[in-house]
Design a protein around this ligand. Structure first.
Ligand code: NAD
Length: 267
C-alpha cells in the first residue's frame, strides 16, 4: 500500500483526490495539508468513516513529509513551488497537477527536477493524454495545410487562461509542425488584427458555470475540417490519473521531470 500526502485537501481537486484515494485499494492517505486551519474541519468530515480517517490534517507540510514520501499537489503555482522546495529538502517526490505556471516558474520546476522526481501534467486524464499523440500526428501529417485553432471551456472560477491542457495540446501541435510554440501561438485577437498568420496556432477560452473542462483542436483545411475533442464530465478522472501517476512514481529511481505520457507509456 502506497502512502501519500495530499496538499490542498479542501480544494475542488483535493476533495476529488480524497474520493479517488478512498476508491483505490493501492493508496493510503497519510496526511492532508490545508492552507488555513479553518479548513481542517471540512477535510476531517470528508475523511471521517473512510479508510483514510487516520490521516493527519495539518497546515504545515514539513511536519508530515519524509524521504520517499509522494506528495500530490493541485493548488496554486506559488504554493506548489514552496512545496517542491520542501519536498526537495526532504528527498521526497511529487505529482503536480497545478496549472498556470509562468515561464520563470516552469524553469524553477525544471531545476528542482534534477534533485527529485516530479510528474508534472496540465491534465491527468487518460483521454487527453491519448489525444496529445493524435494531435502531434495530425499536425505532422497535415504539415502546414491546416489552420490550427484550439478552444477550451472551463468553470467560472478558473483563474488561468488558456488552460494548462490547451497549452499541452498547443505544444503537441507545435511539435508536429516542428516549430517552437512560443513563436507560433496567437493567444488573443481583438480589433483590426489582420488576416490569420500562416502556420500560427490560435487559442480561445470560454469561462462559465460549472464546466469541468472541454477542449477541441480544429485543423481547418481548404474544403474539410478535422477536430480532435475531449470533454471531462467529472474531476474524478483527473484524480484517478494523479493516483496512477503516484503509483508509477513510487517505482522510479531516477530524478527528473516526467509527464503523464511517460506514466502511461505513450512516449
Ligand atoms: P481550488 O481553488 O478549488 O483549490 C486549490 C486549493 O489549494 C484551495 O483549497 C487552497 O486553499 C489550496 N492551497 C493554496 N495554497 C496552499 C498551501 N500553501 N497549502 C495548502 N493548500 C493550499 O482549485 P482546483 O479547482 O482544485 O484546482 C487547483 C489547481 O489544479 C488549478 O491550478 C487547476 O487549474 C489545476 N487542475 C489541474 C488538473 C489536471 O489534470 N492537471 C485538473 C483540474 C484542475
Amino acid at each position: 500500500m502506497l502512502e501519500v500526502v495530499i496538499v490542498g485537501g479542501a480544494g475542488r481537486m483535493g476533495r476529488a483526490l480524497l474520493e479517488a484515494a478512498e476508491d483505490s485499494s493501492d493508496i493510503l492517505v497519510k496526511a492532508v495539508t490545508v492552507r488555513d486551519a479553518s479548513a481542517r474541519a471540512a477535510v476531517a468530515k470528508i475523511i471521517s468513516g473512510t479508510s483514510n480517517q487516520a490521516a493527519t490534517i495539518t497546515t504545515d507540510l514539513t511536519e508530515v513529509i519524509a524521504p520517499k514520501t509522494i506528495v500530490i499537489d493541485f493548488t496554486t503555482p506559488a504554493a506548489t513551488l514552496t512545496h517542491v522546495a520542501i519536498a526537495q529538502r526532504a528527498s521526497a517526490a511529487m505529482v503536480i497537477g497545478t496549472t498556470g505556471f509562468s515561464q520563470q516558474q516552469l524553469a524553477a520546476l525544471n531545476k528542482h527536477s534534477t534533485a527529485l522526481p516530479l510528474v508534472v501534467a496540465g491534465n491527468f486524464s487518460l483521454g487527453v493524454n491519448i489525444s496529445l499523440a493524435l494531435i502531434r500526428q495530425a499536425a505532422a501529417l497535415l504539415n502546414g495545410d491546416a489552420d490550427i485553432e484550439i478552444t477550451e471551456a472551463h468553470h467560472r472560477d478558473k483563474v488561468d487562461s488558456p488552460s494548462g491542457t490547451a497549452l499541452m495540446m498547443g505544444q503537441a501541435a507545435a511539435e508536429g509542425l516542428g516549430a517552437p510554440l512560443q513563436e507560433v501561438a496567437t493567444y488573443s485577437r481583438y480589433g483590426q488584427v489582420g488576416a490569420r498568420q500562416p502556420g500560427s496556432i490560435g487559442f480561445s477560452s470560454i469561462r462559465g458555470g460549472d464546466i469541468v473542462g472541454e477542449h477541441a483542436v480544429m485543423f481547418a483545411c481548404a474544403g474539410e475540417r478535422l477536430e480532435i475533442a475531449h470533454k471531462a464530465t467529472s474531476r474524478l478522472n483527473f484524480a484517478r490519473g494523479a493516483i496512477r501517476a503516484a503509483l508509477w512514481l513510487s517505482q522510479q529511481t531516477d530524478n527528473g521531470l516526467y509527464s503523464m505520457e511517460d506514466v502511461l507509456g505513450l512516449r
